[in-house]
Design a protein around this ligand. Structure first.
Ligand SMILES: [Zn+2]
Length: 341
């Protein structure tokens, strides 16, 4: 028997599974990084005045850090306050290429959740670039031009589907952008345990010095409908307590807007004993992080392999659900005509 609970995401059956996942992590892992990150506020710098690049190993004056603050976690996740001083400009430029892949994959999700990046909430356009959707004055404003549809409204099912221009991303770029965030947040003692991953991040291109994470770069992604149901951007790194635990040494979790990502960090020396073994990737229970008054529906979870370097189409559309449609007067109508009653 499976019954709903007072939480929109949980039935009795899934509550048991979630409790099992929580127990697995409580018994087997330590939380070594756990932060909420703000989109506005005073800046925080990790390890100030180090000025040795964690990724390429170069220091001043060979490496350039001048007046430079690298986002510790991508600005795409709403981080405008947490920076590091141990990422040189050269490495930062390389990482921005991976970040572009993450940005392409998550564009419509970030817009729906109104995630505040360094340039505000992202806009989206159609292929013809006439019709567009922007975040203005506290809401999403859709401009649709004749012959260039962007929003399809279904009044019977009360849905609005936004379809934008075709975009593509490199899955391995997405993985590397997540790995880079995790590698930035770790203490040096833990960084020293994943030298192969650091070397991969410090190498040019996607695949030079590539290192396996043992799961085929499996990413566990979730989408929870609602008004930014995680509240603030949240990052977490879990470290396996000892080698008797059947699971990877390091797990990185990132949640913002409506979305969360969970990956395994490549740690071949730490995970050598797991070679040839099969193990389950347990989802980190979201229930503790979701703000229930902001959740409008059930969380969707899927496992995605991010190992490909091929350009892959990003989701072309997103579906919004609405309660009602109301006619409103548009102030400063460009046509100069009074709005229809
Ligand atoms: Zn560097």
């Amino acid at each position: 028997m499976d019954l709903p609970t007072e939480f929109p995401n949980l039935t009795t059956k899934s509550a048991v599974a979630t409790a099992g996942d929580a127990e697995y992590y409580m018994n087997g892992y330590d939380i070594i990084v756990h932060r909420t990150v703000l989109s506005k506020g005073p800046k925080e710098h990790l390890q100030p005045e180090s000025y040795v690049c964690r990724f390429c190993g170069r220091s001043r004056p060979e490496a350039n850090f001048k007046k430079f603050n690298a986002h510790a976690i991508s600005h795409l996740t709403g981080n405008n306050t947490l920076f590091s001083l141990y990422e040189c400009r050269t490495c930062n430029a390389r990482f921005s290429g991976y970040e572009a892949d993450l940005g392409t994959l998550t564009l419509l999700d970030r817009q729906a959740a109104q995630v505040l990046g360094k340039d505000g909430v992202p806009s989206a356009k159609t292929s013809l670039k006439k019709s567009r959707i922007d975040f203005k004055e506290g809401g999403l404003v859709i401009q649709e031009h004749e012959g260039d549809p962007i929003a399809l409204i279904d009044e019977i099912n009360k849905t609005m589907t936004i379809s934008t221009m075709k975009r593509s991303y490199r899955p391995l770029g997405v993985y590397k952008s997540l790995l880079k965030m995790a590698a930035t947040l770790l203490d040096q003692a833990d960084v020293d345990k994943i030298p192969e991953a650091i070397k991969w991040l410090g190498s040019d291109g996607l695949t030079e010095n590539q290192i396996d994470d043992g799961t085929g770069y499996t990413c566990l992604r979730t989408f929870t409908p609602g008004m930014a149901p995680f509240g603030q951007t949240r990052v977490m790194i879990l470290r396996r307590k000892n080698k008797s635990i059947v699971g990877p040494a390091y797990i990185f979790f990132l949640a913002y807007g409506c979305t969360s990502f969970q990956i395994v960090l490549p740690a071949p020396q730490e995970d050598r004993h797991l070679v040839g073994q099969t193990f389950d990737l347990h989802p980190i229970p979201l229930i503790a992080f979701l703000k229930m008054d902001r959740v409008f529906g059930k969380t969707r979870t899927h496992f995605e392999k991010l190992g490909s370097t091929e350009l892959t189409p990003a989701p072309p559309s997103i579906v919004y659900h609405f309660e009602s449609i109301d006619a409103v007067e548009i102030p400063n109508s460009q046509s100069g005509e009074p709005p229809n009653a």
